[in-house]
Design a protein around this ligand. Structure first.
Ligand SMILES: [Zn+2]
Length: 156
């Protein structure tokens, strides 16, 4: 009796959350970043090839969008509610913006990789085979589906 389960793609939101916390969108166990913004070629736990990702400019664009809205709101609130000297604001807000942007860049890039994986974009159309990760709900569901004769339509 065959014991290897057919891998099933993780759904969009869980895949993006896994990427946001720096974990593989497929198994949630292996790390996806080798360095600050350098994505590993593949997952050390499940073997998912991560080098396919094409995050490109989307992560910095999303970070600018998020940080701009939050810091802009905070500047507006500070200006309208408190009497803060201009030199203090000129010193504080650029530093807050820089730190916030650096803190969000890696998680947002991970989420973008998770998004591309979940949508099967670029080379993420194929999932790792032969290295099922034990304990994954999706893998167990796939095994149950295979036993019932149901196959993943994305897989050949
Ligand atoms: Zn993995």
């Amino acid at each position: 009796m065959a014991t290897d389960a057919i891998p099933v793609r993780t759904r969009l939101i869980p895949a993006m959350v896994r990427g946001f916390v720096g974990r593989c969108p497929h198994c949630g166990q292996g790390r996806i970043f080798g360095r600050f913004l350098k994505v590993r070629p593949d997952c050390e736990a499940c073997g998912l090839e991560l080098h396919h990702h094409r995050a490109d400019d989307l992560p910095p664009y999303a970070v600018i969008f998020i940080v701009g809205h939050i810091v802009g709101y905070l500047i507006l609130e500070t200006e309208t509610r408190y009497d803060v000297p201009l030199w203090v604001e000129m010193g504080v807000w650029p530093v807050v913006t820089l730190l916030f942007a650096l803190a969000l860049l890696q998680p947002v890039k991970g989420a973008v990789v998770g998004l591309q994986y979940a949508l099967g974009m670029q080379g993420f159309a194929t999932l790792p085979r032969g290295r099922p990760v034990s304990g994954l709900k999706e893998t167990r569901l796939a095994a149950a589906g295979a036993a019932a004769g149901i196959r993943d339509p994305d897989q050949p």
